[in-house]
Design a protein around this ligand. Structure first.
Ligand code: ADP
Ligand code: MG
Length: 464
């Protein structure tokens, strides 16, 4: 029998004997790469599937192969992408340890600090707005997002040449921000001097209004028009803001004419953004508009696996499936539930299993709990993947400042601590920092949907 014929027959049997979820998650994307009496080599799409297959299915596969006429002594799994296939799953698969985030951050900071500063004295480093945690490497590709992923990769390789503008749209929490940030991060990696501006349209509106108020219109216009790549997230918030739309129109034209790349995201297609000027609407569809769908079950499983193993946790497939089934549309919520599970299991010394996962999912909003300040700080640090020591230190890195401010806000809103007490809990001497932080986050809750989301999720975690 040919390799592919034999493997088809193995898969056929696996499909009938395993649960649908198990089959789809672990077997569907496998191939038989070759076999000898010594060894059968099975190609799998990524390292997570590889690990699970090694643990759970080696013997099972050996049995199925035997039924089909061969009994190799050993079954080995290898990460494999079919030639011509869109990039499989994630390149984090390369089981080579990646550069730690820290190093990346400092190097990009070095690059940024070399940048010119705008005449208002605001450095571009501050406004660059890219978060190094969003990369192509840790983005899981499935049928729902492969087109968007491919377009973004192509733009990162040759910005300004194809798909200009790129307009990505789709529901909340499905990876739009992740992907468009990944483009920015990738371009900076290839060309450290590229001037990339990432901004949410809410910030754009706010900055524009400030510019008018402080009579700095020209700074504002110059800043955005000097970008090599302009990434505007959640453009729908520009709806109804006529003056800002006018300004954005000119920015768009200037950049587009100069062949600079423009990337826009939205929660809906251009035609559905109310009170969007016609001339902007038509420009948004000049390049390529891509509808991103909610990731399918298989992709959601892979996302859970990836995120768990980023936290050095191996989850049983049953637990993965349970989570992937519970959150079908919003990956941010899926991630929130996973974090909740991890924190819960850690604090109670449990190994994650379906029972714990189920009880967390069902009781998420029922159980009132006594919270301590320490828990608030710990959970916040963990949520943002920063060290508690860093959070409590005087460090001013952006990656730490925001989590610290959010922790302070939560200490205030959830525990009603006084400002001096909040300051102490976060390693500060001076209570004015705490006051400013709490105020800042309160404002951000109105203005910045991502902060709002983070705070909501954190509360979910705290009361899990
Ligand atoms: P959106 O901008 O569409 O609302 P985000 O890009 O903020 O969504 O995604 C929400 C969260 O889910 C982020 O933490 C992101 O990293 C994660 N996420 C979404 N899709 C994927 C994916 N395909 N692979 C890995 N992580 C994802
Ligand atoms: Mg977003």
């Amino acid at each position: 029998m040919s390799e592919s014929g034999m493997w088809q027959s193995v898969l056929g049997e696996a499909e009938v004997s395993l649960s649908r979820g198990n089959y789809v998650t672990w077997f569907k994307k496998t191939t038989l790469l070759g076999y000898t009496p010594e060894e059968a080599v099975i190609g799998v799409p990524n390292v997570f599937i590889k690990q699970q297959m090694e643990r759970r299915y080696s013997d099972y596969i050996a049995d199925l192969l035997e039924k089909n006429g061969t009994r190799p002594k050993n079954v080995r799994f290898e990460i494999y992408t079919a030639p011509g296939a869109k990039k499989a799953e994630t390149t984090r698969d390369t089981s080579v340890p990646r550069e730690p985030q820290e190093t990346k951050d400092t190097s990009s900071k070095k690059q940024r600090s070399g940048r010119k500063t705008s005449s208002s004295g605001v450095s571009h480093a501050y406004r660059l707005g890219l978060n190094s945690k969003y990369t192509f490497d840790n983005f899981i590709v499935g049928s729902s997002n492969e087109l968007a992923y491919a377009a973004c990769q192509s733009i990162a390789a040759t910005p300004g040449q194809k798909y200009n503008p790129l307009f990505l749209y789709g529901g909340v929490g499905i990876g739009k921000t992740h992907l468009i940030q990944a483009v920015g991060n990738e371009i900076v990696k290839i060309n450290p001097s590229a001037h990339i501006v990432y901004i949410s349209s809410e910030q754009f509106v706010q900055e524009f209004l400030d510019a008018i108020r402080f009579k700095k219109n020209t700074d504002f216009a110059g800043y955005y028009r000097s970008a090599d790549v302009l990434i505007v997230d959640d453009i729908q918030f520009i709806a109804g803001k006529e003056k800002t739309q006018e300004e954005f129109f000119h920015t768009f034209n200037a950049l587009h004419q100069a062949n600079k790349q423009i990337i826009i995201s939205s929660d809906r297609p251009p035609r559905d953004i109310p009170t969007l000027e016609e001339r902007l609407r038509s420009r948004f569809t000049w390049g390529m508009a891509i509808d991103m769908q909610t990731p399918d079950f298989e992709t959601r499983c892979a996302i859970v696996q990836t995120k768990a193993s980023q936290q050095s946790l191996e989850l049983e497939p049953d637990v993965v499936e349970l989570l992937a089934n519970a959150f079908r549309s919003n990956i941010r919520e899926l991630e929130g539930a996973l974090n909740q599970l991890i924190v819960y299991c850690e604090t109670h010394g449990l190994t994650p299993n379906t029972e714990v996962a189920e009880s967390i999912l069902s009781s998420a909003d029922k159980r009132p709990r006594h919270l301590t300040a320490r828990q608030v700080v710990d959970v916040t640090a963990r949520y943002f993947s920063v060290d508690v020591q860093d959070l409590m230190s005087p460090k001013r890195d952006k990656e730490i400042v925001v989590p610290r401010q959010i922790a302070m806000h939560l200490l205030r809103s959830e525990l009603k601590l006084s400002f001096p007490k909040i300051a102490r809990e976060c390693g500060r001497k001076d209570h004015t920092t705490a006051m400013h932080s709490v105020e800042k986050i309160q404002k951000a809750l109105v203005l910045d949907p991502s902060i709002r989301q983070q705070v909501t999720e954190l509360k979910g975690l705290l009361y899990a």
